[in-house]
Design a binder for this molecule. Structure first.
Ligand SMILES: Cc1cc2nc3c(=O)[nH]c(=O)nc-3n(C[C@H](O)[C@H](O)[C@H](O)COP(=O)(O)O)c2cc1C
Length: 171
């Protein structure tokens, strides 16, 4: 897929077929995340890739909006060390957002669907993922082949109008 098509085709998908995501595709998607930019190139992230069905089911309970993780072919847990201060905490959120976008667009490029999930129950996420002390898992990214319809560029996305969002030169 062209980059422009991947950007327009990506959407949150929360239902997946039973088809696995191949190791080669997973590695491409993870490599895209690894290449994401970050503040001062600190690269605060680790990616824990979960494909075990029981673990996926347990991860799906960490937030009421994480149910789709259970049926995903694979879920990438974004993990980082506890930030030292507020400034680092803000930068971490920004950088994890960039990682997420890279991962999701690389997946869309391969016709693989993705869905964000926040994490509320950190203790359960840490237990399932076996995280070392002093680490947290702010987000999960579920991956799989879409059960509803293939990813195709969306002509009319559910977004605020361009004119409302974009300001040229001054507000
Ligand atoms: C920071 C963030 C957290 C999100 N958390 C969840 C979540 O916990 N569960 C979920 O189903 N979707 C989650 N989403 C997906 C958004 O609801 C979705 O991106 C938004 O509605 C736009 O839809 P689209 O991604 O299909 O374009 C999250 C998205 C972001 C950016």
């Amino acid at each position: 897929m062209e980059t422009w098509d991947a950007i327009r085709a990506r959407r949150n998908v929360r239902q997946y077929t039973d088809e696995p995501v191949t190791r080669a595709d997973l590695e491409r998607i993870l490599e895209a995340g690894r290449r994401a930019p970050s503040s001062t190139n600190w690269q605060p992230w680790h990616f824990v890739v979960v494909t075990d069905r029981q673990q996926l089911g347990e991860l799906a309970t960490v937030w009421r909006g994480a149910g789709h993780v259970a049926a995903s072919a694979a879920t990438i847990a974004l993990v980082a060390a506890d930030p030292e201060d507020d400034k680092r905490a803000h930068l971490l959120q920004y950088d994890l957002g960039q990682v997420t976008a890279y991962i999701m667009l690389a997946a869309a490029d391969l016709a693989i669907a993705s869905g964000h999930a926040a994490v509320d129950d950190q203790n359960e996420a840490k237990r399932v993922l076996g995280l070392p002390e002093g680490h947290l898992c702010p987000y999960l990214i579920a991956l799989g082949h879409p059960a509803d319809r293939p990813l195709r560029p969306i002509d009319r996305p559910d977004r605020r109008p361009f004119e409302d969002v974009v300001h040229w030169d001054r507000w």
